[in-house]
Write a protein that binds this ligand. Structure first.
Ligand code: SAM
Length: 293
């Protein structure tokens, strides 16, 4: 058993999301990012007559989904899969689909997953540790251009090129193998004033690269839209400007082709009380797209 089972994730904008997603108390819904199951659990408790399908690419999420399945055996279903493959689900039509991008606090705080620079653990950062390349492998093998894309573009790290040079200079050293030693290396060479750790953006960029997060979103949004019934809604929580850009572009494309309307000309932001209670919510943006009848 990993420590993940004891960790917790606070669902972001829980009431706002529930209110806009569930427009039919007997509808069929899809939660594409089950995570700790906070959103899913709330939907089922508030609307016991819905059918809820949930997916997550992280095999640890499956254990939490099993618990929910025991409580709601007739109307909760879970599949461990990346959301880019949601077209493989047997159910063809949903009243609403939710995406809550990124990783959960459970994944971040689980030392063994290698997402956090707080721990002396192998740098892994894969949402599914059985698939794809770990962050450690990525640092060992990526070309200069791939490192620049990850750290400068995905991480939006202003000192990205300096950090890429550091990585290339330290190739072969154990320093690049562990989360804390890699973060210390960055902190030594690129110190920064302010509250956030100097390695934060680099870690975020590498995480986005090894999990192909932006491609996943690009592929999943049109597939989710195709499975919406008329009047159904796509509800998305993004936490990063690159995620949000893909969402906005997709909304615009559907609006200009007269297939849907955006219900959020401006994104809905979390209330200040929530940000105070759950710092992770501070960068959240909620956008809603409704398919035409
Ligand atoms: C922010 S958390 C979701 C938290 C959840 N809404 C809750 O209330 O606990 C994001 C989850 O989405 C999953 N995820 C991210 N990208 C994914 C993808 N491409 N396919 C499937 N799951 C993904 C992550 O593994 C993580 O568990």
């Amino acid at each position: 058993m990993t420590t993940a089972t004891k960790l917790q994730h606070y669902p972001v904008m829980l009431y706002e999301v529930t209110q806009v997603l569930i427009n039919n108390p007997a509808g069929t819904y899809l939660d594409c990012t089950f995570g700790g199951g906070g959103h899913s659990r709330h939907f089922l408790e508030e609307f016991p007559n819905i059918q809820l399908y949930a997916i997550d690419r992280d095999p640890d999420a499956w254990k939490r989904a099993e618990e929910l399945k025991r409580e709601f055996p007739r109307n909760f279903f879970f599949e461990c899969m990346p959301f880019s493959t949601l077209d493989r689900l047997g159910v063809k039509v949903f009243s609403g689909v939710l995406f809550d991008f990124g990783i959960s606090s459970i994944q971040l705080d689980d030392a063994e997953r290698g997402f956090s620079f707080r721990y002396h653990m192998p740098l892994d950062m894969r949402m599914n540790p059985k698939q794809g390349m770990s962050a450690q492998e990525f640092l060992k093998t990526a070309s200069r251009e791939q490192l620049i894309e990850a750290i400068c573009d995905f991480g939006e790290e202003a000192q990205g090129r300096r950090i890429v040079d550091l990585i290339l200079k330290n190739r072969g050293s154990e320093v690049l193998e562990f989360a804390d030693t890699f973060a210390d290396l960055i902190a030594q060479h690129c110190p920064r004033s302010g509250k956030i750790h100097p390695a934060t953006k680099t870690f975020q960029g590498i995480r986005i690269a090894v999990n192909h997060e932006l491609e996943e979103i690009q592929q999943a949004l049109p597939k989710a839209f195709e499975r919406l019934q008329p009047g159904g809604r796509l509800v998305v929580l993004s936490f990063h400007s690159l995620e949000d850009r893909i969402v906005k572009q997709f909304w615009r494309k559907m609006e200009t082709s007269s297939r849907a309307k955006s219900l959020t000309p401006k994104p809905i932001l979390p209330p200040p009380e929530e940000v105070k209670m759950n710092l992770r919510s501070r960068s959240a943006k909620l956008r809603i797209l409704e398919k035409f009848q």
